[in-house]
Ligand binder design. Structure first.
Ligand code: ZN
Ligand code: ZN
Length: 134
């Protein structure tokens, strides 16, 4: 899989498998993307490789929540960031190659989704977080 931001400064490659798309509907992710949710895939750290622009990625850590956003300093596109010790999250919308077989497998924080957000796929719905392990 490959991906890049809108301006092309940030680009990367994923050389191992990912499980599928996870959509988070929480209010933090809604503000991060400006829409109903963020869709991400999780990759093992060892399978994730920056091709350019790792130094062009800014991070913002929420002062209270265990939540951090990552974005391109130049164009503002969401960018890959740390999910946990072992895995990187990758916003699915910035993937440009190798994505044809991806499907939404989980919706998280459905309990706090926007009233206008209607989920219409087969992904499993969870009120809050889940411990997703690959
Ligand atoms: Zn950019
Ligand atoms: Zn979220």
């Amino acid at each position: 899989m490959k991906g890049e931001c809108n301006c092309g400064a940030v680009s990367f490659e994923v050389t191992g498998p990912v499980m599928g798309v996870i959509q988070c509907h929480c209010s933090l992710c809604r503000r991060y993307t400006g829409t109903a949710n963020i869709s991400v895939v999780l990759a093992d750290r060892a399978d994730f490789h920056w091709r350019s622009g790792a130094d062009k990625v800014s991070h913002w850590r929420h002062p209270e929540a265990d939540w951090e956003s990552a974005f391109c300093q130049v164009c503002g596109s969401p960018a890959p960031g740390d999910n946990d010790e072992d895995r990187v999250f990758i916003p699915a919308g910035i993937l440009s190659e190798g994505v044809d077989d991806l499907k939404v497998i989980h919706h998280i924080f459905v309990g706090s989704k926007a009233g206008w957000d209607e989920i219409g796929d087969e992904g499993e719905q969870h009120d809050t977080r889940i411990g997703v392990k690959s």
